[in-house]
Design a protein around this ligand. Sequence first.
Ligand SMILES: [Zn+2]
Length: 77
Amino acid sequence: MSSQKKVEINAILGEEFDRLLDRLGVRGEFEAGTYHCHICGDQVRANNVLLVLPLSENEVGFVCKKPGCIMSYKSNP
Ligand SMILES: [Zn+2]
């Protein structure tokens, strides 16, 4: 078991996604465009985010929907 918590949000949209961001405490920053893909560095928005990765207590990462990012995330999480 990895100690890193991973929350798959594939196909979770709208309110559920907002609730997840609220739970992680990052909704405001996310909506302001503060976050970038963990892999490619593109800005992540509600329409191109695939995964949310809680990195630590106060840190969260995102992976965008690009196939290349999904592949490298899966092969090298
Ligand atoms: Zn990406």
